[in-house]
Every structure is written in structure tokens, then in C-alpha cells.
Design a protein around this ligand. Structure first.
Ligand SMILES: NC(=O)C[C@H](N)C(=O)O
Length: 301
């Protein structure tokens, strides 16, 4: 089993070595399995439980004070599942897998996704806010009232992707904000590729906002040529279908590194925004980003 994981594209983390160790543990956990669905799920569960990443516990808080998680998973035979806008779900990746394996659908949202999770034995009602994320949110004098009032509040707080191009800041407000610390994994067992991504979204987003992560071809994609997982400003990733773009480059004969480089180059040209992508094909792994940093880890067993 070969696995590549990423811990989000953004600024340089405060303790890169500690964080790298968690990513290495995640990649190793994935590589120790014998099924690529298990590989990406076990890798991402390690990262969803660690508050150094914006997924599961420690995920970004939306304008109404709630963390809502999203994830997507896809196999190279084009079976896919995603789950979005879930409150109290730490392991969004496991819910996405339930959607893939147990339903005839590709995307389930909100309270219904939480009910589905509960029915399939996935823990619900988990406290996903940490002291750090709560303090950061509270400092910003959270809005009351209607969505229009929330929109006014986030006008000066929700960073545009262009604010972050070059990765200088995670948001205009907080240099060390864990804004781009979405997690992703791609696994290959010699037969099947599986790509997956999990996130708490972006900080200071409107309640109910959904980004690229649960959208096929945006946050995740797999085909017989390989798989890809992305991270960055989700609105821009969705508008340019970043992972579909990277996998299309594999289908045209590029290797994983060239496909990743070209996809990010095109993304930057089209959007002026920042993102990263990891790519796996049958001969190796590649990754590229146009932010200040994106940590990755590759493991093979
Ligand atoms: N942290 C991220 O990578 C954010 C994620 N792509 C989203 O927009 O929801």
C-alpha cells in the first residue's frame, strides 16, 4: 500500500516538526492497511482527531459559532461518497465512506448526514471547538441576528483566496490562523486508487457555507489513472475543479509531480488564489502548492 497525505496549504506552522510527525503517523497508519478505503480512512482519522489540523476536532468555526465538518472519498472505479455541513461529527471521512458504501447517493448534507452517521455507529455530538478556536472566534465579537447581519460581519473577516495568494497570511486578521489546514490522503494498493479529503471549512464563513471538500472533482477525485486531494481557498478550488484538473493531466500521460505542478500553475493563473494538491499515480507521488507551506508525508508498506 502506498499512501500520501497532506495537512493543508497555508502559512508556515508554528511547530512544523511536531506537526510533521502527526502526518507521518497518519501516512503509516494508512500504509499498514490492506484496502485503500481503509488506508485513507485510517490516515484521515488520525488527522481529524488532532487539533493542529482544520478537520474534525479543532475545525474552523462558522459565523453562528458552530463547527461543521465536510469530507469526500472516491475510488478509481468512480464510486464516490461525500457528507457535508455536519455539526458534532469528528470523523467526517467515515460518514463520507458510509455514503459511498451504503447509499445509492454521492452527497448527504446537514442533520440528515448526522442521523445517517449515528445509524451506522459513527460518534455524533462531539465537541469540536477547542479553547484556541473558541478564543479566536470570541475575540471577533460574533454576530447576532439574520444571515444578512452575519454577512456584514464576515465582510471584513473572511479572507478572499487572493488575500492568501503567496500564502502570506491565513486570513487578513491572524497570521497563525489554522485556516488552510484541511487534510487529505490518496492511497494505491496496486489495483485501486482512493482519494479523500476532510475539513472544517474556512474560518469566519457564513453558517451553512460549504466549500470544495465534499464536491467531486474539486476537493477529491480518482480515476484509473490516479487520485488527487486538494486544499486551499475552497470557493476558488470549486470554480476550477482542481483535483479533476490534476487527474486529467495524469490521464493525458503526465507523471504525478508534473500533473500536480501544472494543476497548481493553472489554478494560480485562473484565480490569483492559493491552494495545494497531492497526486498519486501507479509510479509515484507528487505534490504542489502556491501558498507559503504545505506539509505532506508518503508511506509505503
Ligand atoms: N482549509 C482548507 O483547505 C479549506 C477548504 N478547502 C475549504 O474551503 O473548505
Amino acid at each position: 500500500m502506498r499512501v500520501i497525505v497532506h495537512g493543508g496549504a497555508g502559512g508556515i506552522p508554528e511547530e512544523p516538526d511536531t506537526r510533521q510527525k502527526v502526518l507521518d503517523d497518519a501516512a503509516n497508519a494508512g500504509a499498514a492497511t490492506s484496502d485503500p478505503l481503509d488506508a485513507v480512512e485510517s490516515a484521515l482519522k488520525v488527522l481529524e482527531s488532532n487539533d493542529r489540523f482544520n478537520a474534525g476536532y479543532g475545525g474552523a468555526i462558522q459565523s453562528d459559532g458552530v463547527v461543521r465538518t465536510d469530507a469526500g472519498i472516491m475510488r478509481s472505479d468512480r464510486e464516490a461518497g461525500a457528507a457535508t455541513s455536519m455539526a458534532g461529527i469528528e470523523h467526517a471521512i467515515s460518514v463520507a465512506r458510509v455514503v459511498l458504501e451504503e447509499t445509492p447517493h454521492v452527497l448527504i448534507a446537514g442533520d440528515h448526514a448526522v442521523d445517517l452517521a449515528s445509524d451506522f455507529g459513527i460518534e455524533t455530538g462531539v465537541e469540536l471547538r477547542t479553547e484556541k478556536t473558541t478564543a479566536r472566534f470570541t475575540e471577533e465579537n460574533p454576530p447576532q441576528g439574520s444571515p444578512r447581519e452575519h454577512l456584514q460581519w464576515l465582510e471584513t473577516r473572511f479572507g478572499t483566496g487572493a488575500d492568501q495568494a503567496g500564502g502570506s497570511t491565513a486570513t487578513p486578521h491572524d497570521k497563525h490562523a489554522p485556516d488552510h489546514d484541511t487534510v487529505g490522503a490518496v492511497a494505491y494498493d496496486g489495483t485501486m486508487f482512493v482519494a479523500a479529503t476532510s475539513t472544517g471549512g474556512r474560518s469566519f464563513a457564513l453558517a451553512g457555507r460549504v466549500g470544495d471538500v465534499p464536491q467531486i472533482g474539486s476537493g477529491f477525485y480518482a480515476s484509473p489513472a490516479g487520485g488527487a486531494s486538494s486544499t486551499g481557498a475552497g470557493e476558488d478550488i470549486a470554480k476550477t475543479t482542481l483535483t479533476r484538473r490534476a487527474v486529467r493531466h495524469l490521464e493525458r500521460g503526465m507523471d504525478a509531480q508534473t500533473a500536480a505542478d501544472l494543476a497548481i500553475e493553472e489554478f494560480g493563473e485562473l484565480t490569483g488564489s492559493s491552494a495545494g494538491v497531492i497526486v498519486l499515480d501507479d509510479s509515484g507521488a507528487g505534490s504542489a502548492f502556491n501558498s507559503d507551506g504545505m506539509q505532506t508525508s508518503v508511506a509505503q508498506k
